[in-house]
Design a binder for this molecule. Sequence first.
Ligand code: ADP
Ligand code: MG
Length: 377
Amino acid sequence: MRVRGSVAIDLGTVNTLVWVAGRGVVLEEPSAIAIDTTAGTVAAVGSAADTLADKEPQGIDVIHPLRDGVIADLEATAAMLHAFLKKARRHNGPLRPRALVCVPGGATEVERRSVLAALSVRRPRYSVQLIDEPVAAAAGAGFDLTGGAGGFIVDIGGGTTEVAVVAGWRVARAVSLRKAGNTMDEAILAACRNELGLILSHRAARDLKMQLGVGGTGAGAAEVVGIDAATRVPRTERVPGGLVARALEPTVSAIAEQVLQILSEIPAGLAEDVVRGKIRVAGGGALLPGLPERIEAVAGIGAVVVEDPLRCVVRGAAEILERGKKASGPGLRLAHSVHSRGWVHSRGWRARPDGSRPASSQPPATATTGRPTRISR
Ligand code: ADP
Ligand code: MG
């Protein structure tokens, strides 16, 4: 079924992707918005805004409105989404288009509501459905989950790593770890400053990560330009692979540990599916040199990088939309708009043996428009 004007949105911490029925992926841009602080207007969104970050132009405030996979700044997220959808949609679309939005499996009710609110504050008001990201990722990774079949998916994004076993279009076991690409970048920034006395931009740290990965000394070295911490003048330095690998280690081992943890919790009935289907690694972090191999070594079963890992979630969400699964169907949260007060129920989320919820599913300490507290697990 193709619903005219329907959109699937992967609202990621680092990248937002929009797919439109009949046209495919029409937008993939960094989740960023630049505000002109004097005029109080939007100066740029997406790539144009992201390139201004780190450069500190006067009178411009660059905001990355999502943190750790959740909306940290509701107003900025709404403005950014509005601009993206305006770019992505044709003018003659339906008045109340359908939107399927991916949210982390561990998102709290408050976080889910803020996603809905971000799409409802301006016209056109979308008829919004939420889908657990691991389910969309599993569909995008090529798992066919009909008839209760299962699959193991690891989605390493910028803010969160989602480790999940899905079965029959539902999450069977999942954890959302608030350690992913951004924590890797921060660790490289800190290591370069502490060990080399070099202050880097986030972009430079990201480039080092992509080039050297967890390869260590075997990966060689890479050249970067930063600011000398003592003299405050620009300096070029060759950064050894070992320094980057050491900086990445805490994040990489936390991801591997979570994979092992979820693997140890899979129901016996899914064991064969998981071994046969292998661990499928998605998200930008799947491209980190050496990471899939590390997951495979720790898990003791095969791990493969999905095709086009950065688009995996939006492709999966699009597939689910196109299949025309009903709102009450597996994997989809109940449809709700801000007008219908019936909010989502968290299903398939893992309760601890003592009945408590995982830390990442506890409501943030702040209101929806505030900064959430960073929860490390
Ligand atoms: P999100 O869904 O959180 O927006 P994405 O799945 O779009 O995240 O992935 C973005 C993350 O992936 C960023 O932290 C980015 O630095 C990282 N990334 C992208 N390409 C690579 C690569 N080649 N090697 C390592 N990390 C990468
Ligand atoms: Mg993502």
